[in-house]
Design a protein around this ligand. Structure first.
Ligand SMILES: Nc1ncnc2c1ncn2[C@@H]1O[C@H](COP(=O)(O)OP(=O)(O)OP(=O)(O)O)[C@@H](O)[C@H]1O
Length: 247
């Protein structure tokens, strides 16, 4: 079995009197595609924010390759090789798709720029083009991000996240607001990306992730209700009850 890359130990999160997460334990392995699912209000986004270092948990720890990284500053997360994409699209709307990715590539190289020759600029443009190709946007690189379809904007955001060649990619509801065609293209992309790195995905729609994930973690009322293969989860009565209860 591959090595554990990220681990959550005894995560608890309290907002005032409300306990959003309680004693959540989870392990994620190298080159694994794992989905965190659960009904509305289960605590998925809260857990995502804790895993991605955006939120300091009230209790517990997040370990990256065995090292405590709980709520480290965001730049430290990026340096470790962790990238993330939130539900809200986060691109520079007035720049072209290619320029957006170029900025992300440049930021990766920024610290070494004073050592780099002018030819490095062409290199950056080339790398940006390769990343656009990876996410299926090679043909629309010159279009302004604002003019791209919603699904394309999300794909662009992923291309930007890939600029730092992350070992771990965290995605919060990557298909939110997408058409069925966009959703299926995004799911294919995610499956391809997971062949080379660990991908942790938060998703509300259980059916969507059943086809591409080998393992799912089901949260309910801030606790792990079930964990296992799609088959295990499908056959789990409690999971069925929780989802059916949602109507
Ligand atoms: N900053 C906050 N302050 C107070 N309560 C919060 C805060 N963030 C989340 N909550 C509460 O914690 C619970 C879990 O929210 P969370 O957004 O993590 O759930 P979710 O599973 O992602 O839901 P959804 O599928 O609707 O996005 C909810 O009841 C929510 O109201």
């Amino acid at each position: 079995m591959s090595e554990v890359i990220l681990e959550a130990r005894g995560i608890g999160m309290r907002f005032g009197r409300f306990q959003a997460l309680s004693k959540v334990d989870a392990q994620f392995r190298e080159r694994e595609l794992c989905a965190i699912i659960g009904p509305n209000g289960a605590g998925k986004s809260t857990f995502f924010n804790v895993l991605s270092g955006s939120l300091a948990p009230t209790t517990g720890q997040v370990l990256f390759r065995g090292e405590d990284v709980t709520a480290l500053p965001q730049h430290a997360y990026a340096r470790l090789g962790i990238a993330k994409s939130f539900q809200i699209t986060n691109v520079f709307k007035q720049l072209s798709a290619h320029e957006n990715v170029r900025v992300a590539v440049q930021m990766r190289h920024a610290r070494f720029d004073f050592l780099r020759p002018r030819s490095a600029l062409a290199d950056v443009a080339q790398q940006a083009q390769v990343l656009l190709e990876r996410v299926g946007l090679a043909g629309v690189g010159q279009r302004t991000a604002a003019d791209l379809a919603h699904g394309q904007q999300r794909a662009l955001e992923i291309a930007m996240a890939l600029a730092c060649d992350p070992q771990l990619l965290l995605l919060d509801e990557p298909t939110a607001g997408m058409s069925p065609e966009e959703t299926s293209a995004m799911m294919d992309l995610i499956a391809r990306l997971a062949a080379e790195r660990t991908v942790i995905l938060v998703e509300h729609k259980m059916k969507l992730v059943m086809g591409i994930c080998r393992r799912l973690i089901v949260l309910h009322h801030g606790e792990v209700l079930a964990e296992g293969s799609p088959q295990d989860i499908r056959g789990n009565d409690e999971v069925r009850r929780v989802y059916l209860g949602q109507g």
